[in-house]
Design a protein around this ligand. Structure first.
Ligand SMILES: Cc1cc2nc3c(=O)[nH]c(=O)nc-3n(C[C@H](O)[C@H](O)[C@H](O)COP(=O)(O)OP(=O)(O)OC[C@H]3O[C@@H](n4cnc5c(N)ncnc54)[C@H](O)[C@@H]3O)c2cc1C
Length: 421
């Protein structure tokens, strides 16, 4: 039995673009299913420390969206959920959704007793593996839904039973099973977003062997108060304060062997992260290696402010190699194109600005969708009644993907209306 009638809209992915599409369509009076594979809503923005242009905590923006979702009975959100199949045509799609068990039910008060009584630790994916979390965990302190998760690798162990017994609200259900849900919808929005390009593929940057070479998304977590170091930017190798930090732009981007395109966001993200460093270390030396700086519109201000700083050195040149220097620090080799010289510089901490790769380039959607050569959903690449929003179709910042999500909500609604007429 399908869960709803054909007046509904399915939104796959609950990042800024997907949440926006879902909320706008629901607030216009349409029934929406919001499917998210993570155990929480919000997408990658939840993992940022601050976000430009205002440099406020992303929790402000996320919280407003969560409130709108919570208060709207037309939005049915599923976490730990993925679309298995889609068939049919505009106005009448049949969708099968797989929902994995959380092993924690709605009685959870997020009191944290389960985590306290749990000794087993697992990799903390929210912090990009920079620390560990308990196998009974809350994905992050502002997570929505505010409900713990039991890791599937742990759920069937004897210790899990002990953790279950510690919960006085009877919120842990270790017998929870995977569920399959059938939906009938008029339109589908793919808002599946991006993932950071895998820095370990950049052989010449030695990312796997040097703990003090990190990626830009890791830097967001290092600076975040709810991150692995409680917001202190330190060298992962020894926990000490860095005296110098290098930002390496286009790490794998605009490179035929990796991501041939520019994500358009990395220069600004690194400039933003330079402000994180400066806040904590007023005297630290900052290097900024770049091919050219992509900072347009109002965001150019960011660049101009950084340029005015004396202790930031902008080096125009693509870093060719990063290796361990004689003093054990990361050593960068670069051709400084303005000075026409080869330079070797070391820094205590190196941040690789890796680009945004569409999630669908790794795991394509189970639907008849065409992709461009980079794995983004191609323009006009979706069949009638299906739409792409946000970074599923092209890299973008939050302002851009929110306006995209708003526009796509209208398209999705039009599919419903066409069906009704
Ligand atoms: C280092 C860095 C810093 C940044 N800083 C800023 C900033 O300061 N300001 C700014 O405006 N922008 C910033 N951005 C960009 C910002 O992160 C993006 O604009 C934003 O994440 C895009 O939202 P989205 O909804 O398109 O994708 P995402 O945030 O990736 O959300 C997609 C969601 O879809 C889910 N999903 C994926 N596949 C499936 C599936 N098959 N089934 C179900 N769910 C699925 C994912 O789990 C995720 O929750 C930064 C980017 C980087 C790389």
């Amino acid at each position: 039995m399908a869960e709803a009638d054909t007046k509904s809209i399915l939104v796959v992915g609950s990042g800024m673009s997907g949440m926006t599409a879902a909320i706008e369509a629901a607030e216009a009076g349409y029934n929406v299913y919001l499917i998210e594979k993570n155990p929480y809503l919000g997408g990658r923005v939840a993992q940022l420390y601050h976000y430009f242009p205002k440099l406020c905590s992303p929790n402000c923006g996320l919280e407003i969206n969560f409130r709108r979702i919570k208060s709207n009975p037309r939005i049915h959100a599923y976490t730990l959920a993925e679309v298995e199949s889609v068939s049919g045509t505009e106005g009448n799609f049949s969708v099968k959704v797989k929902v994995s068990p959380r092993y924690v039910n709605e009685k959870c008060t997020a009191c944290g007793t389960c985590a306290e009584s749990c000794e087993t630790e697992i990799e903390n994916k929210f912090n990009y593996g920079m620390d560990k979390t308990k196998a009974a965990y809350l994905p992050y302190n502002m997570a929505f839904p505010m409900r713990y998760v039991i890791d599937p690798s742990f759920a069937q162990t004897a210790e899990a039973q002990k953790v279950k017994d510690s919960c006085k609200y009877d919120a842990i259900d270790l017998n929870m099973q995977e569920k399959s849900i059938d939906l009938q919808v008029a339109s589908v929005v793919w808002a599946t977003g991006w993932q950071p390009y895998d820095a370990s593929k950049l052989d010449s940057y030695d990312f796997n062997n040097q703990p003090d070479v990190i990626s830009n998304v890791m830097m967001e977590r290092l600076a975040a108060v709810n991150g692995p170091t409680k917001g202190k930017i330190v060298k992962p190798s020894d926990g000490e304060a860095p005296q110098s930090v290098a930002f390496v732009q286009c790490a794998g981007s605009r490179d035929e062997n990796h991501l041939p395109y520019c994500s358009g966001i990395c220069c600004l993200a690194s400039l933003k992260q330079a402000t994180y460093v400066r806040e904590q270390y007023p005297d630290a030396k900052i290097y900024f290696f770049y091919i050219d700086i992509r900072a347009t519109d109002q965001l150019e201000d960011f660049y101009n402010k950084a340029k005015a700083e004396t202790n930031i050195e902008f080096v125009k040149g693509k870093v060719a190699k990063i290796q361990k220097g004689p003093d054990g620090k990361p050593l960068m080799r670069v051709e400084d194109t303005t000075k026409e010289s080869l330079r070797e510089l070391t820094a205590d901490l190196v941040v690789l600005a890796t680009g945004m790769q569409p999630n669908l380039a790794i795991t394509p959607a189970p639907a008849d969708i065409k992709y461009d050569e980079y794995g983004f959903i191609a323009q006009n690449g979706t069949p009638a009644g299906m739409y792409a929003a946000g970074c599923a179709s092209s890299p973008g910042n939050v302002t851009e993907v929110v306006s995209d999500g708003t526009g796509i909500a209208l398209k999705a609604v039009q599919s419903v209306v066409r069906r009704a007429n």
